[in-house]
Design a protein around this ligand. Sequence first.
Ligand code: GLU
Length: 304
Amino acid sequence: MNPESGYRGRFAPSPTGPLHFGSLVSALASFLDARAHRGTWLIRIEDVDGPRTVPGAAEEILDTLGRFGMHSAEPPVWQSQREAAYQTAFEQLVTAGFVFPCDCTRREIADSLAIGHTGHHTGHARHTTLAYPGTCRDGLHGKPPRAWRMRVPNGDAAILTFEDRWEGKQTQDLASEVGDFVLKRADGEWAYQLAVVVDDADERITHIVRGADLLDSTARQIYLQRCLGVPTPAYLHVPVVVNQQGEKLSKQTGATALDTGTPLVALIQAAQHLGLHPCETGSLETFYSDATAQWAKRFAGLGR
Ligand code: GLU
C-alpha cells in the first residue's frame, strides 16, 4: 500500500471471542476501502473493556486475519496499553467543563425514564436505548460518584448531521436520543466512545469503515472530536450480518468461529454480503484484486 495517499483506515475488533462471519465482513470492507484508496490499513485491538475481554482472543483474531491475508501495516495498537492517553483526553474535557460525575444506578435511570414514559412501559421499551434524563447534571444527590458523563448541548446545538458513505445523510439529536453519555464507567473502565475517538485521532485515521450497528454511536464520536479539537474522519457503515432470527451475528447470538482452512469460502460470502461478485477467486491475491477493483468502482472517490 502507498502511504503517500494519506488514507489511513483501521479494523478495530473487540477480543470477546474468535473472529466470526459478521466481523469478517467489517474487516473485509475496511481492508478493501484502504486498498481501493491505495492507503494504509491498520488493526487495533479494542480490549478497553476488561471484563468482556477473553484471554487469547486477540491473538486468535490476529492469526485468523493473517490467514485471510489481512495484515496490519503497523504493529497493532492495544487499547489496554493506552490508559494515559484516555486520561489526558478526559482531563481536557473536564477542564473545558464538559464532564460531570453521576451517582445514578442503571435501575434509577430506568425507573425515572419509565415514569416519564407511562404508556410505553411494555416489554419492547427494554430494547430501546432511552436518553439519560440529566438527573446529575446539576450535582450529585448525596451519594459518591459512580460514572463520569459528557454533557451534550441543548436545543438546536444538539442536532448533529453527517454524511455516511454507504447510508447517506444521518441526523441525530444528541439531547433527546442519547443524552449525557458515559466517558468513564462505574467500574472504572474507560467507555468505548472516548477510547475510540482518542485512538482514531492519535492514529490519524482518515476513513472509518465498520458495521452499521455503530451508526448510532457516530454522532457521539463526532461531538467528542469537536470538543477535543481533533479532525472528523469520513464514515462508511456496512450492513450488519444477522442470523435467522434477525439478530446481529455475535458470540451471544451463536456466531461460530471461521474456518481458517478455507479462507476463500468465507471471503467470497463476505464479499457477496457487501454486494460484490468477485469472479477471480483462484487465490487470495486474485480475490483481493478483483474485490478491490469492484469496491473502487463503487466507493473510492466518494470519501475524502
Ligand atoms: N470494537 C468495536 C466492535 O468490535 C468496533 C469499534 C469501531 O470500529 O469503531 O464492535
